[in-house]
Design a protein around this ligand. Structure first.
Ligand code: COA
Ligand code: AMP
Length: 633
């Protein structure tokens, strides 16, 4: 371990309160905290308990107070629509404080919840920050989710208001939000009081007053509104993420710790300073979008970029290089799948050579395992460090990374580098003992987690404790498995629950199975994530029909695929449902998903000793070959 990093890392673990108190000096507080960490009620830890602050103040007003008002805060570029815009800190604050006034006019108060279901437009960022300004807890729902998912989030959060848009744009199709919103409002038991529609030019929808109003109407009599003083442990947002069942978990983020930790990461992990142009090519509906399109870069006083496009097809595989060159971007953060998409389309990097990338200093990848081939390809092309780092919605910032602002470390291809200051990462073996170097096991983090991580789940303390904090006493269970090598490098190998990662998007196979089981003809099913060259993993469904079903298999498959698209959304990328005769199970009736996955991925597998009928595995193999899933040379 290098000296400077080692010192900082060790201090974060041995003197966490001193470490984070010093860092907390860097943000704006209405009242500075004197109590740094309350550990009286584990696993419910509280950071900066008696401090008061405001998320939006730290993102905008703080920089304006410091003379940076005319600096660009947000760049918007939409190759899909051809729209571009830039907003200075002054301009963004003016928009945000006015929209905060509009929300107040709609009766929203501190502690109320607002759902934001919007495409990648500046108004989505304005809505998020406006919520923070008046202490409203936002819950952003990714636009690729269907009505059902939106409804479950409305019900769980009991939001007062829904802020949405007339439409979004995906390459080749317009995503009409109106039917999705209508469907969700019909499905939700909780009744939303008001819906604000941001009308996209040329794609306006008819609104039903008085419940529905347009963004412009909402603003028409709104006054600019100041930031309210919030307690450090009040919540900034809820972000729902896939859990081990179909019921999503509401990850909450408290205000003070979030600002302190995220601001610190910009320099220490990403080596990005105030004034630098930073781009996170993700979506505001995901944690990467929350933390690194909106919050961290604005807390730091950077220029952040909002991109409504794709790495390929908008219009070509040079889209990322054009952005970097046009806006002199210093660092980019995206998912490996984006680079695999570019590599597939332009393996020789022909588009790359057209642009001047002299501003570009580093590429960060996360969301799924970064395969060494892709990292090496990107390094060769870009001639800058390419850094794989590991994190989760639960933590909101990296658990392990090369902390490039502290000290650049050597890359080990396939590893997500070392634990970041604040995280005491360990590997625990099935017998509950700590693993030695290079031994595989469950990856856990010793409690307390650092600031900015999740203090609990929305209205679900029990689920938080049982799900994450109980299997290994005194540790947070990440549900990732892997090992730590002799140099302290962490190797993330797989999830230990039913979560799969599809194009960097986190999905629950259990949730897809729940949908398939609702099909009238389906007796039982198994959904598994199989390896995919582009998206990392893809879900496939294996379905067993009820006896006496007289529909043909192809129709049933199509219906199942459509059901998943309708109930979860296109983001599930569920395109394969294969009808099979029987599922392999253990003698106690557990479906052998892991074994089927290995067969589909064409990797070696051991015959499970508890298997009920080994012949079923051969049947499955044949079915997978027939359906072009398993390709045997
Ligand atoms: N609203 C509505 N639909 C959306 C959507 C949104 N915001 N985002 C994606 N979808 C749809 C897509 O249109 C696609 O629909 P289709 O089945 O009709 O084609 C489906 O959801 C799957 O989307 P995606 O997994 O993104 O696949 P893709 O083929 O459209 O694009 C990549 C593949 C690799 C280009 C794309 O996934 C990508 O850019 N990933 C980059 C990184 C990223 O965003 N990571 C997330 C967290 S860091
Ligand atoms: P999400 O909550 O959507 O950010 O997904 C978190 C999960 O994505 C983690 O638990 C991992 O399984 C996976 N993940 C994120 N980053 C990495 C990485 N760098 N390497 C391997 N897996 C990762």
């Amino acid at each position: 371990m290098s000296k400077k990093f080692e010192q900082i890392y060790n201090k974060s673990l041995t003197k966490p309160e001193e470490f984070w108190r010093e860092i907390s000096e860097d943000i704006f507080w209405f009242k500075k905290p004197t109590k740094i960490l309350n550990k009286t009620n584990p696993p419910f830890y509280k950071w900066f308990e008696d401090g008061t602050t405001n998320t939006c103040y730290n993102a905008l007003d703080f920089h304006i107070d410091n003379g940076l008002g005319e600096k660009t805060a947000l760049i918007y570029d939409s190759p899909i629509t051809g729209n571009k815009a830039k907003f200075s800190y002054n301009e963004l604050r003016s928009k945000v404080s006015k929209f905060a006034g509009a929300l107040k006019n709609q009766g929203l108060q501190k502690g109320d919840r607002a759902i934001i279901y919007m495409p990648m437009v500046p108004e989505a960022v304005v809505a998020m920050l406006a919520c923070g300004r008046i202490g409203v807890i936002h819950s952003v729902v990714f636009g690729g989710f269907a009505s059902n998912e939106l409804a479950s989030r409305i019900d769980d959060s009991k939001a007062k208001i829904l802020i949405t848009s007339s439409c979004g744009f995906e390459p080749g199709r317009t995503v009409e939000y109106r039917p999705l919103v209508d469907g969700a409002l019909k499905l939700a038991k909780h009744k939303i009081e008001k819906v604000i529609f941001f009308q996209r030019k040329g794609h306006e929808v008819k609104l039903n007053a008085p419940k529905e109003i347009s963004w412009d109407e909402a603003l028409s009599n709104a006054k600019e509104t100041d930031c309210v003083e919030m307690k450090s442990n009040e919540y900034a947002y809820i972000l729902y993420t896939s859990g081990t069942t179909g019921v999503p978990k509401g990850i909450v983020r408290d205000i003070g710790g979030h600002i302190v930790a995220l601001k610190w990461t910009m320099k220490n992990i990403y080596n990005v300073d105030e004034g630098d142009v930073w781009w996170s090519a993700s979506d505001i509906g995901w944690i990467v979008g929350h933390s690194y399109i909106v919050y961290a870069p604005l807390f730091k006083g950077c220029t952040t970029v909002l991109f409504e496009g794709k790495p390929v097809g908008t219009p070509d595989a040079g889209a990322f290089w054009k952005m970097i060159s046009d806006y002199k971007i210093k660092s980019l953060f995206t998912a490996p799948t984006a680079f695999r998409a570019i590599k597939k389309e332009d393996p020789e990097g022909k588009f790359f050579s057209k642009y001047d990338l002299s501003s570009f200093k580093s590429l960060f990848l996360a969301g799924e395992r970064a395969d060494p081939d892709t990292i090496k390809w990107a390094e060769n092309l870009l001639q800058v460090p390419v850094i794989d780092h590991w994190w989760q919605t639960e933590t909101s910032w990296a658990i392990s990374s090369n902390c490039t602002g502290i000290e650049m470390m050597e890359t080990k291809y396939g590893s997500a580098c070392k634990a970041v200051p604040g995280y005491d990462v360990k590997i625990i073996k099935p017998d509950q003992t700590l693993a030695s170097s290079n031994e595989m096991g469950d990856i856990v983090v010793k409690l307390p987690l650092p600031p900015g991580t999740f203090p609990t789940l929305w209205n679900a303390d029990k689920r938080y404790k049982e799900n994450y904090m109980s299997n290994y006493e005194g540790y947070y269970q990440t549900y990732d498995a892997g090992h730590i090598d002799e140099d302290g490098y962490i190797w993330i190998m797989s999830r230990t629950d039913d979560i799969i990662n599809v194009a960097g998007h986190r999905l629950s196979t259990g949730a897809i199975e729940e949908v398939l089981s609702e099909h009238q003809s389906v007796a039982e099913c198994a959904v598994l994530g199989i390896a995919d060259k582009l998206k990392g993993q893809l879900p496939i469904g294996l379905i067993v029909l009820k006896t006496g079903v007289d529909k043909d298999n192809e129709t049933i498959s199509k219906e199942c695929i459509q059901m998943v698209r309708d109930k979860i959304g296109p983001v599930a990328a569920f395109k394969v449902a294969i009808v099979i005769k029987r599922l392999p199970k253990t003698r106690s009736g557990k479906i052998l998903r892991g074994t089927i996955r290995k067969i589909a991925d064409n990797v070696e597998y051991k015959m499970p000793p508890t298997i009920d009928d080994p012949a079923i595995l051969d049947e499955i193999k044949e079915d997978l070959i027939k359906n072009n899933i398993l390709k045997i040379a």
